[in-house]
Design a protein around this ligand. Structure first.
Ligand SMILES: [Zn+2]
Length: 280
């Protein structure tokens, strides 16, 4: 009885999963076409965004919000393949499992938990963050809400003073976006040294150069990701914090810090500009 129900359930989920994947593939296809157009003209993005936000001001934001809400919830049912693998594992007699295999399976489990956790809405920790963990609003949305400056807490390594610092959203994003558009092919999915060891800002008080560190919130759901991106200070995060970001943004690949950091940069840029040249 249970098995029959399970099979029905799996079939239902499989149907949903494939429909969802088809939809997603369509969207990705569109994105790729646009990528080609944008390869040489990243700055057009700015104009396009401005153009879009003045021509279709209202329809766009609710549409985007719906998409944002839909994506994580659609991925809630574990993919059928995963279920199949689980049931196969359960029915096969225990084979000798080497410690390596065990540790390879563990992240999978935790990523499933993360996927479920990702659907729990959190109170947005900043006006530029959404209620999804590790997710910020699009540039178009932020500009339409007059959010031009993104602030965050920093602390000087020398005089130890803590203060708020802010970055111009459009200016900094264009800087980072252009850098990625120009250098992505040479990065080979790894963060360049300048991202790994960022040059820190000069202290406003003691004027010490390369001395102001972002204060990264201990509660990972409250990390100011957009501030870190715009200051090019994501590299100040620990590997653990970057993995948290990746787990909650459907990047289920773990690895060395340079790989996870690369994913964090690309993913945040894509959140800001879903049609930009930021596919992983
Ligand atoms: Zn100082």
């Amino acid at each position: 009885m249970d098995n029959e129900n399970n099979e029905e359930e799996i079939n239902r989920k499989r149907k949903n999963f494939f429909t969802h994947n088809e939809n997603r593939r369509c969207k990705e296809g569109e994105g790729e076409e646009k990528d080609d157009q944008e390869k040489n003209g990243f700055l057009d993005l700015d104009l396009t965004l401005m153009f879009r936000s003045t021509t279709r001001p209202r329809l766009q934001s609710p549409e985007n919000n719906n998409n944002n809400n839909n994506l994580p919830s659609l991925s809630l049912p574990p993919p059928p393949l995963y279920l199949q693998v689980q049931s196969i594992l359960a029915s096969t007699p225990p084979i000798e499992v080497s410690p390596q295999v065990q540790s390879a399976r563990r992240p999978r489990k935790s990523s499933r938990v993360a996927r479920e956790g990702m659907n729990e809405a959190i109170p947005p920790p900043f006006p530029w963050a959404t209620s999804h963990r590790a997710t910020v609003h699009s540039l178009e949305y932020l500009l339409s809400k007059q959010l031009f400056k993104i602030s965050g807490e920093v602390q000087c390594k020398r005089c130890e003073r803590k203060y708020q610092m802010e970055f111009d959203l459009k200016e900094k994003f264009l800087e980072i976006g252009s850098y990625i558009a120009e250098n992505k092919s040479a990065m080979h999915d790894r963060a360049p040294d300048i991202w790994m060891n960022p040059i820190l800002p000069t202290c406003q008080f003691c004027k010490q150069e390369n001395s102001v560190k972002p204060v990264v919130c201990a509660d990972k759901s409250n990390i100011n990701w957009l501030f870190l991106l715009l200051g090019k200070m994501l590299g100040c995060c620990t590997l653990d914090e970057l993995k948290y970001f990746c787990e909650h943004t459907k990047n289920h690949r773990t690895g060395a810090k340079d790989r996870v950091l690369y994913l964090a940069y690309l993913t945040l840029c894509k959140q800001l500009d879903p049609n930009g040249p930021f596919d992983r």
